[in-house]
Design a protein around this ligand. Sequence first.
Ligand code: IMP
Ligand code: MG
Length: 177
Amino acid sequence: VLDLEFIPFISKEEIHQRCVELGKIIKQDYRDLDPMFLIVLNGAFIFAADIIRLIDIPCTIECIKIKSYIGTQSSGIVKIEDSLPLLEGKHILIIEDIIDSGLTMESFLEVLRKSSPKSIKIISLLSKPEALKTPIHIDYLGFSIPNKFVVGYGLDYAGEGRQLPDIWQLFDENSWN
Ligand code: IMP
Ligand code: MG
């Protein structure tokens, strides 16, 4: 992808297998709750499409585009591009591609809580625990990964690479693993 070198990291088969496992658990947990999936665009669109079809229970689906601006003191402030759907009394399941510093999710959660949902839980395909700057509890996590940049399966590098079926990791010449 572009000027950087990436190496294969998580195959589409491994991703699918993990989606099946997570889907089973979420389906069980939310069977009678008619949850609202809140898909965080752009990154989560492919993961969301796959996992929601595996969960297959009565639900509603909304997409939301958020941008996070890191201020001078590395505090994340999210800007929501559209208006929020009606969350009051709903069981919300946020679907994210990756939790990196966690700052985006932290301030997004703060915004959502103001709309009085009945519950909010997080589904994230990836998490980089070493990069976390604020404690975020991920209720349903696909893979915990090292603090290296990844692309594919919805995740981009400078807007490119989202269409790749597998996940690729930035090749770092300075490390041997
Ligand atoms: P956070 O506020 O640092 O947790 O930012 C999370 C957002 O940064 C994710 O939703 C992604 O859009 C983006 N991001 C973080 N790490 C990566 C990566 O390795 N590849 C692609 N996008 C990433
Ligand atoms: Mg994202």
